[in-house]
Design a binder for this molecule. Sequence first.
Ligand SMILES: Nc1nc2c(c(=O)[nH]1)N[C@H]1C(S)=C(S)[C@@H](COP(=O)(O)O)O[C@H]1N2
Ligand SMILES: [Mo]
Length: 253
Amino acid sequence: MHKFLTRRSLITSAALGAGGLLSGCDALSRSSGFQNILASAEDANFLVQRALGDRMELASEYSVADLSPKFRANGTRDPGTPVYAESAAQGFADWQLRLTGLFAKPQSFSMSALLSMPQRTQITRHDCVEGWSAIGQWTGVPLKLLLDLAQLQDKAKFLVFHCADLLGGRPYYESIDLLDAFHPQTIMAHRLNDEAVPIENGAPLRLRVERQLGYKHAKYVTEIEAVSTLDNIGSGKGGYWEDVANYEWYAGI
Ligand SMILES: Nc1nc2c(c(=O)[nH]1)N[C@H]1C(S)=C(S)[C@@H](COP(=O)(O)O)O[C@H]1N2
Ligand SMILES: [Mo]
């Protein structure tokens, strides 16, 4: 159900629910019919509040003492294409992050442009469905800043992250909704443990979307496409593993 709720519709229904409950009057609320209505309104409100509250809550952050000695890599460890190799040889000076699709001002950001913007650093735990975790310190640009600059349009409901690698011959991609897009811990990370993100961990730029499992954290990101539906992307399920192995689109942890 989350897949189809936009940020605005969640906030609106939460606000309406709360307003309705506050205006209840004593005499009315003693009648059992009204109490049933109130109870169901309360349930609905509770569910919406909980959905909204849970989704916007911060993922746990850790301290330097908790860092894993080595942040394990998984999936593609090097895109291995001539274009990527050439860019890596230049320290990714030519890397562009393109914002395309439903933006009023679609635009590209160079790595130096991204590095000159406000940054967020967070120490979080990465959980992979394959059964391992690692704690790492990530630094990057809050995605919200990029979305505000490019001016996300009202029609946009999802962001699709296109990557530079093929995995088993298919392009890796992932997508998130707007709740995660504007979440304060959602960043385009370029540093891991105070060094440039290593190639095996997604250099030069990878998504951190801390409330979800590892496969949502797209590495080697070249393009963020704003769309109103995921139907026309890949096989339509919103991500590489969703398409290939039926993984959940919303992989909350
Ligand atoms: N482009 C791309 N992104 C990807 C993958 C991949 O193979 N290609 N693997 C995913 C999986 S399953 C996990 S667990 C994490 C692994 O990130 P890490 O290599 O930094 O540990 O990246 C995710 N993002
Ligand atoms: Mo994973």
